[in-house]
Design a protein around this ligand. Structure first.
Ligand SMILES: [Zn+2]
Length: 123
């Protein structure tokens, strides 16, 4: 098998992996930025058990947080908001992961494709 056949085979492999990733993207639902985290808090009222006992802390409260110009903004979420946004932030994380995989795969494909083109130029 010559170099061109071998590279063509590698490229086909990368293409089908890339298609697989694109298909996964196609099935993802709505996406949302930032992150969702839950926290149990101390209220600061004198005599409240929460100040001493970690088990007596209030909550959990669910927050949506995001970075804006380097500062973290946080918003308290009601249960239905938390439910929706937890799912959508999860979807966005999946999109991020898939895009990273696509970029890595594309870099590998680029090297092979460039090699093929350069050989073609030399004739
Ligand atoms: Zn308290």
């Amino acid at each position: 098998m010559d170099h061109n056949d071998k590279d063509a085979q590698i490229l086909d492999q990368y293409k089908s992996q890339h298609k697989g990733l694109a298909a996964r993207l196609g099935h993802i639902g709505f996406i949302w930025g930032g992150s969702v985290q839950s926290q149990r808090t101390k209220c600061g009222k004198p005599g409240c058990a929460c100040s001493q006992d970690p088990q007596a802390r209030h909550g959990p409260y669910v927050y949506w947080t995001s970075k804006k110009k380097g500062r973290t903004v946080a918003r308290l979420l009601h249960p239905p908001e938390a439910e929706i946004l937890t799912e959508w932030v999860g979807n966005r994380r999946e999109v991020d992961r898939i895009l990273e995989e696509m970029k890595k795969l594309s870099q590998k494909a680029y090297k092979v494709m460039l090699r093929v083109r350069l050989r073609e130029m030399k004739g």
